[in-house]
Design a protein around this ligand. Structure first.
Ligand SMILES: Nc1ncnc2c1ncn2[C@@H]1O[C@H](COP(=O)(O)OP(=O)(O)OP(=O)(O)O)[C@@H](O)[C@H]1O
Ligand SMILES: [Mg+2]
Length: 414
């Protein structure tokens, strides 16, 4: 048995002792290798963490901005009224815009000669004290809306919008120039057109080109200016705007970014919303007061047709919708040509290649591309923009697009 057990004894120079050594060595190597991998992972996680922290900070800023916007929207609008009598240097009798008469106090900061019977004043909605005396004449915003100088934009500055140009010409220019033609055929021209499409594709430009091509008075207003903080003021401005259009006819009223007052009416509205809705109601009523054959025409523009109140699009109002889409290949080529003709460029730059590389770009982005390329050349003090300038410009515009998409992933048009 003993000899048996002897026979199992490992020989003196047992290789397993080497094995132990090599296992230890290998493990050490493995550990070092693993350590290296972990270190790299840690590095990567660290930079990811930094990146996330950055993003969180950005989002927090955005939340703050939106909260501020919500706060402003929730602020109660003020009430507007007319002074009937000034009793002493503290109290006055005011008839509010809905007809009720109040005895109110007024702010000592208001100059006494402005406190005259008949003056229009703004009242605090809760305390009803007079906080401001409003202009009596036509609102300066409305007066400022009339454009005396024609915009320099012409139809030839617009690329890829030939169809839209002829549509707007036949719905706006033709009825103004030849109303009798429509009478002869017994058809009613559209009262107004609305231009819808993604941002930066030429809606505002198209309206300006219409203004340039006609001899009518052109009245332009951005709708957010009508969303007023005083109750009844937005409606009054709309009324004045249309009075001005009538007085200066033949005229074209252009309301840009109409979604600011034309959004769907919701039940759960704050008082600020209700004021905006009243402004919209006034706009609808004013639009109905025009005959489609009269010499006042309307153009509106929006990049949010999804939130528009359908009432705006009914016959007799903005009843022709003209879509201004993201430019296709052909349109991109003509937009690029328009923006590149004034720029000195070396021969190697191919518009065809640029067109292929700019799928999905808006007109504004195509313009940004050419401007950026020009800037590259100016920076390097060269006389002409080269292919390399355009390649660099394309990269930077693509990067900006990606950043924008990141901010608004649910964008309607993306
Ligand atoms: N079809 C186009 N042809 C030439 N340039 C264009 C075209 N579309 C846009 N651009 C360029 O983009 C700029 C912005 O266009 P515009 O202000 O008309 O866009 P928009 O559709 O009104 O955008 P938003 O919805 O943001 O108001 C223009 O000043 C012009 O330089
Ligand atoms: Mg615009």
């Amino acid at each position: 048995m003993a000899s048996d057990s002897d026979s199992i004894q490992p020989p003196d120079d047992d290789p397993s002792s080497h094995k132990v050594g090599s296992i230890a060595e290998r493990t050490l190597q493995d550990i070092e290798h693993e350590f290296e991998i972990l270190r790299e992972q840690a590095q990567q996680l660290l930079s990811e963490k930094l990146d996330m922290e950055n993003k969180v900070a950005k989002q927090k800023q955005k939340v703050k901005r939106l909260e501020e916007e919500v706060r402003l929207m929730r602020m109660p609008p003020h009430v507007v009224g007319n002074i009937q009598d000034v009793l002493d240097d503290e109290r006055a009798v005011v008839r509010s815009s809905n007809g009720t008469v109040f005895l109110v106090t007024y702010n000592r900061g208001i100059e006494s000669e402005m406190m005259k019977p008949g003056a229009r004043v703004a009242l605090n909605q809760d305390t009803l004290s007079i906080i401001d005396v409003l202009h009596d004449a036509w609102d300066p915003l409305v007066m400022g809306a009339e454009m005396f100088e024609k915009p320099v934009t012409t139809f030839s500055d617009l690329g890829g919008l030939d169809e839209q140009i002829s549509l707007i010409k036949e719905s706006i220019e033709l009825p103004l120039k030849k109303p009798e033609a429509f009478l002869d055929f017994g058809i009613e021209p559209p009262a107004g057109v609305i231009l819808v499409g993604p941002p930066g594709c030429g809606k505002t430009m198209l309206a300006k080109a219409v203004a340039n091509s006609t001899d009518c008075t052109f009245i332009r207003l951005v709708a957010s200016e009508l969303a007023q903080k005083y109750i009844g003021e937005g409606g009054r401005m709309v009324r004045e705007l249309f009075d001005l259009a009538r007085e200066r006819s033949p005229s074209i009223v252009f309301i840009d970014e109409i979604d600011a007052i034309g959004a769907k009416r919701l039940d759960s509205a704050t008082s600020g919303d209700r004021e905006v809705q009243r402004t919209l109601m006034q706009l609808l009523a004013e639009l109905d007061g025009f005959d489609s054959l009269c010499d006042v025409k309307f153009i509106a523009a929006t990049n949010r047709p999804d939130i528009l109140d359908e009432a705006l699009l009914r016959p007799g109002r903005f009843d022709r919708v003209i879509e201004i889409p993201i430019p296709n290949e052909e349109a991109r080529a003509s937009i690029l040509k328009i923006h590149m003709t004034k720029m000195p460029i070396t021969k190697g730059v191919s518009i065809d290649n640029l067109v292929l590389g700019t799928e999905g770009f808006s007109g504004a982005e195509l313009k940004a591309l050419t401007v950026e390329a020009g800037m590259c050349a100016i920076r390097d003090e060269r006389k002409k923009a080269t292919k390399a300038d355009f390649t660099a410009a394309l990269k930077s515009v693509v990067k900006k697009r990606a950043e924008k998409r990141g901010e608004a992933p649910n964008s309607l048009w993306s």
